[in-house]
Design a binder for this molecule. Structure first.
Ligand SMILES: [Fe+2]
Length: 363
């Protein structure tokens, strides 16, 4: 059969470009926010990056404008000691992971419904229920509190293009947050472990490091996992842990995922089909966001199990659904990947334990 070549059918029409410029609501919004922006796909430590004044929220912050993500965007926010953020409601979803400090968040629908408050610290995770009023407090008088959050704001802005709608609508999504359930934020979550990789259905996680995990051995023997569904959000998260001296299979999927490292040190290789891998070295506080369709592979070179939480775009976009995730079994990987790993572990005095995994062939 003749070799098949593909071609681009047409250039973008000038009218489409004109309309895009005129109505690029999300980019215009970012300009208005006037905050530092971090590009690419990786930052070393969200606890260390420079932030700018964010008067709209009475805080400091930065956007992580990682390339090609489109369906989600992360930001970092810091509340000064003893401070609190300006109350806000928003017609987009948000998941928050606390990087450092301690504080509390209050949520409410309106003046006639009960307010709910929960306390958080490093490693806490929660969602802001869609369009619910909320306010964050730093309960320390001496230390700042800082978090990273992932939102689907780019989608909302592109669909509705109206600031008044995004921040000043009064519809209440009571199926996501019922204020009459007095222990909505304090009751224990429900583990659904009959599903592959497990699901934890909850409103608030006090400490991600304490969440019960179940095997996800098809990504590599010893890999542990838990998917997290939060307060009726269509965005979700998952926790992954893999042992000392091991790495996981390379995989790829759709856009939107942002991975926040909780424990250990290591590196992630990321590449487009046919290109050389790029390497990103991580430790606690690192964030990496694989571009849609890029292979990525996580390697633990530290002395404790590697643990991260991945925040995901809405399930509506299907980026992580079973039809859109592919992986490469260890037996088909390029030999230099294993050599690089062995060398990195040797430098750290870590014993490589991949042989047991090679023999398990879970695919
Ligand atoms: Fe991934």
């Amino acid at each position: 059969m003749a070799e098949r070549k593909t071609e681009i059918e047409f250039d973008t029409h000038s009218y489409v470009i004109y309309m895009r410029d005129k109505y690029d609501a999300y980019r215009n919004w970012l300009k208005q926010e006037n905050l530092p922006a971090y590009n690419g796909e990786f930052i070393q430590d969200v606890r260390e990056i420079e932030l700018g004044d964010w008067p709209r929220r009475k805080a400091r912050g930065a956007y992580l404008e990682f390339r090609d993500q489109q369906v989600s965007e992360a930001y970092v926010l810091e509340i000064p000691p003893g401070g609190s953020t300006e109350p806000q409601r928003q017609m987009f979803e948000e998941i928050v992971v606390i990087a450092e400090g301690q504080g509390a968040t209050t949520l409410w629908w309106d003046d006639n419904s009960p307010k709910h408050t929960f306390e958080w610290t490093r490693g806490s995770l929660f969602a802001i229920p869609l369009n619910c009023n909320y306010e964050h407090f730093n309960t320390s008088g001496t230390e700042p509190a800082r978090f990273m959050a992932l939102t689907d704001a780019p989608v909302t802005w592109e669909l509705f293009r109206d600031q008044e709608f995004v921040f000043n609508s009064n519809f209440q999504f009571r199926d996501r947050f019922d204020p009459d359930i007095s222990d909505f934020y304090s009751k224990p979550g429900k583990y659904l472990t009959e599903y592959y990789g497990g699901i934890l259905d909850t409103a608030f996680i006090a400490d991600l490091r304490e969440v019960k995990l179940v095997p996800r051995s098809k990504r590599g023997a010893g890999t542990m996992n838990m998917y997290i569904h939060l307060a009726g959000s269509t965005m979700f998260a998952h926790i992954s842990e893999f042992p000392v001296g091991t790495y996981k299979k390379a995989h790829r999927h759709g856009p939107g995922a942002h991975i926040y490292t909780l424990d250990s040190t290591g590196y992630t290789l990321m590449w487009k089909d046919g290109e050389e891998p790029q390497r990103f070295d991580w430790s606690e506080g690192s964030v990496i966001s694989p571009s849609a369709g890029y292979w990525h592979q996580h390697y633990n070179t530290g002395t404790k199990p590697a643990k991260f939480v991945a925040l995901h775009a809405s399930i509506a976009f299907g980026g992580g659904s079973e039809k859109n995730v592919e992986q490469i079994d260890f037996r088909y990987e390029d030999a230099f990947l294993r050599d690089m790993y062995v060398e990195e572990c040797r430098k750290n005095g870590v014993e490589v334990k991949m042989e047991k995994i090679d023999k398990s062939h879970h695919d």
